[in-house]
Design a protein around this ligand. Sequence first.
Ligand code: SF4
Ligand code: SF4
Length: 540
Amino acid sequence: MAEEKVPTSDVMWKIDHNPPEKGWMDTKAEFRKGTWCYSAGAKSLQYLGLPYPRKWQACDEDWKLPENWKEIIHKGLKERLDRFRSLRVFMDICVRCGACADKCHYFIGSGDPKNMPVLRAELLRSVYRNDFTTAGKILGRIAGARELTLDVLKEWFYYFHQCTECRRCSVFCPYGIDTAEITILARELMTLIGVNINWIIEPAANCFRTGNHLGILPHGFKDSLDFAADEISGITGLKIEAPINRKGAEILFVTPSADYFASPHYYTLLGYLALFHEVGLDYTWSAYASEGGNFGLFFSHEMMKRLNAKIYAEAKRLGVKWILGGECGHMWRVLHQYMDTMNGPADFLENPVSPITGTKFENANSTRMVHISEFTADLIKNNKIKLDPSRNDKWRVTYHDSCNPARAMGLFEEPRYIIKNVCNNFFEMPENTIREQTFCCGSGSGLGTDENLEMRLRGGLPRANAVKYVKEKHNANIVLCMCAIDKATLPELFQYWIPGGIEVGGVHEMVANALVMKGEKERTADVRGEPFVKEGKADV
Ligand code: SF4
Ligand code: SF4
């Protein structure tokens, strides 16, 4: 349990927001246990063909860097400034107004000024000024410029792995500076000299080997889906199947691997299976595209592209018309913002049309990929499924907007519409912590590791605090979300910060409970195997 590994929450709560005595350029990163992630294993780097695989850790004095590491970074930065106009703009236009300063959950939870988005970006910007601007070359520190040294690189490693690439800061920046993009590019530069973290590189390597981050082989994938199909068949009394690699199906369904391997994700998987059976969807899973998530997003545009390619490749091989995607976070950021231009256009696919309602999902005409919440909300809106929300009356629900579906896609209403149709008791967290202002779980972008536990609990404090509020005010007892990382890390976060904790689940878990299926046996228990408790709508 968390308390054994990190200080207790009453100690962690005393956050010191006073700046350090020395200026930021003279304050070195301190690699304190519990606040940083282990380096990437050599084997995984080799597997991906990434440079400088070796044994090292961030707390070591000697990082065993290549001799010309500074030249490599300089050249890499120059290439990226030429290639990404956004990077050059982000390096030049920050006026240091401070509007973003207190918006980052890592700054709020740690009190460390270098976790202010503006100062996080300055870590890279100072080197950019030194190497690429006249003022920086002539005036040095006075112009906010500094040379790249080993201490600066150590700062990069430490603080660019304390950014979950959630983009909350960019909502508040008057210039739209996206610190998440700066973090991705800084991590990309570090990748050039073999400076990566393991919980990004190993899942990426697994994905190449087996198609998914967890390294589940095709027969394991099939076993898991068959097991889930048997389980939902047992719950409903209906013969429900999970078709895999079925050529000629109308729709390819892709979801994060945690959905078929982890809990509470698994209950969401049961929801997909029940729903697709009920509406008679002509669909298939793919054993190769058995992962929607894409850890490439966290550190490399090139890797993101390579990992994403399998989804279109499988859609083509199986001959489907369009793609449907499950509850995931960063998977959707890649699919929504990058897939079409990186690996498209997917001319071999059709513009998505729901075979059940006839609705044209015109917003997905470029990617040809529809989000499960759009699909399900459309079914409900068109009265295509029968729902009994009282089956979820034991749950007093609140909804955490997972950063990527919310901020990167604007999916605010669809999940709420579904929840309000399948649950009687729904309560919002405070306005400035939901929708586009949602607070990150603190564990995204590869930071959800055990060794980084203290820092991610700190980063998750604002989210937990808002959940604690809604628990105390409305007696909420479950947080629903649409992201595999959220489902994996929020339970521990809430157990730590909220007395008595609170359950975590997926939106389609609630759909599975409420769905009244044609020919189903009398159901007395939910998909967790717990009896239905019908209490009706609570006062809101
Ligand atoms: S809000 Fe934007 S312009 Fe202002 S300090 Fe932050 S990044 Fe710079
Ligand atoms: S993207 Fe998120 S984690 Fe990164 S600096 Fe901005 S608010 Fe903080």
